[in-house]
Design a protein around this ligand. Structure first.
Ligand code: HEM
Length: 396
């Protein structure tokens, strides 16, 4: 059995491969692509907490990234302590629970605005029409991007993610879109320094951590660090929520009895979000690089090796979850790994939960009976993001 995160067949249903790995190769090595992988829940959890041994500084996917490239706009997700902790502390100051909770009315109004035309049409494409635009609008509002700029930034973001089939290199048009986006964020940051608004970027400009500087003085984020944060939120905060909601739409069409449970009792919706995240994790693994030799299941992993923490496999581990392949919105999930664990635990988890709950509340109100023709759904093909780029649905 082979684990190939780039295989389209694997993307269709990775779970039989994960089960085989947990049973037969809990520490797996892929010689062709030169990476190791941990498949069992306990192992993934232990490694997630041990950032000293499992470093993020060389990227978190199978593909290794050029560390120098990120120096100009560093992102906390690709940093180890102490640099990670400094950024995270500063951002935590501005990215408060209050700020997130304050977005609920806007999220609901946006969800309603996106869903209402679909009621009139008797369906639509759940990803294109709902789960893609919703988190995008939320991130723009959170950051404080002007209404009149949103379309242009959105187009740049989309273009920067475009890839040509069967080509591992990033196409020219995507590179130049990325460059214009970074340029846009730098311009916005310098403008907000002169004229602050209510958004998160302005709050980040003010955030400071006491006594963190070399001279014991408070430190602040540099423009490059704020731009790195905007770019990180643009990808981490959009892609994943889009995928979680798209997966939910497909799963509830497939498991009608579970859909009936959330229709009858909307109190089950928050639990159902956790179950969707466990059952089909939008982020399938977190890649790390070992900082020393380690041993797992009697085999040595050398220092400097790429090792994938297969969180999606861990979330289906029968050693941890009873009947793990059953989709059950009433399940009590103790420590799920869908948002990662340890120092890199998802910064946006509360926002993702809020967006998903509100979207499902408004969707269930409008579409108590719907169906999805899974043959017409289109999957994305990325190395660690699992989900759809298109989910057509209609009233049943
Ligand atoms: C369903 C939605 C989401 C999922 C499944 C998800 C998943 C994850 C995972 C697995 C990690 C850990 C990465 C690692 O350990 O290498 C992470 C980190 C992160 N996420 Fe999320 N995420 C979601 C939504 C969001 C949102 C909405 C935001 C922002 C608004 C966000 C911002 C971040 C950031 C900034 C980090 C890095 C934290 C750090 O390095 O300390 N995420 N996310």
């Amino acid at each position: 059995m082979e684990l190939n995160p780039f295989s389209h067949e694997f993307h269709e249903d990775p779970y039989p491969t994960y089960r085989w790995l947990r049973d037969h190769a809990p520490l797996y090595y892929n010689e062709a692509l030169d990476f190791y992988a941990l498949a069992r829940y306990r192992d993934v959890l232990d490694a997630s907490y041990d950032w000293q041994t499992y470093s993020s500084a060389e990227g978190t996917t199978v593909e290794r990234m050029d560390a120098q490239l990120f120096e100009m706009t560093p992102m906390m997700i690709f940093l180890d302590p102490p640099r990670h902790d400094r950024l995270r502390k500063l951002v935590n100051r501005a990215f408060t629970l209050r700020r997130v909770a304050g977005l609920e009315a806007f999220i609901r109004a946006t969800a309603i605005e996106l869903l209402e035309p679909l009621v009139a049409r008797g369906g639509g494409d759940f990803v294109h029409d709902v789960s893609m635009p919703l988190p995008m609008q939320v991130i723009f509002t959170l950051l404080g991007v002007r209404d009149e700029d949103r379309r242009q930034v959105r187009e740049c973001m989309d273009l920067s993610l475009e890839r040509d089939a069967d080509t591992p290199t990033i196409p020219e048009r995507a590179m130049s879109a990325m460059a214009s986006m970074v340029g846009y964020w730098f311009d916005l940051v310098s403008e907000l320094r002169r004229k602050p608004n209510e958004g998160l970027i302005s709050a980040l400009l003010d955030a400071e951590v006491e006594g963190e500087g070399d001279d014991g003085k408070p430190t602040r984020l540099s423009d490059g660090e704020i731009v790195g944060f905007c770019a990180l939120l643009g990808s981490a905060g959009n892609e994943t929520v889009t995928k979680l909601l798209g997966n939910a739409c497909v799963l509830f069409a497939r498991h009608r009895a579970e859909y009936a449970r959330i229709l009858e009792n909307p109190g089950h919706i928050p639990g159902s979000v956790e179950e969707v995240l466990r059952y089909t994790s939008p982020s399938q693994y977190q890649g790390r690089t070992t900082t020393r030799d380690v041993e797992w299941h009697g085999r040595r992993v050398p220092r400097g090796a790429r090792i994938l923490l297969l969180t999606a496999s861990a979330n289906r581990d029968e050693r941890e979850f009873p009947d793990p392949d059953r989709f059950d919105v009433g399940r009590d999930v103790p420590i799920a790994l869908g948002f990662g664990q340890g120092i890199h635990f998802c910064l946006g988890a509360s926002l993702a939960r809020l967006e998903s709950r509100v979207a499902l509340e408004e969707f269930t109100r409008r579409f108590p009976r719907y169906e999805v023709d899974e043959r017409s759904c289109v999957r994305v093909h990325m190395s660690n993001v699992h989900g759809y780029e298109s989910v057509p649905f209609r009233v049943a």
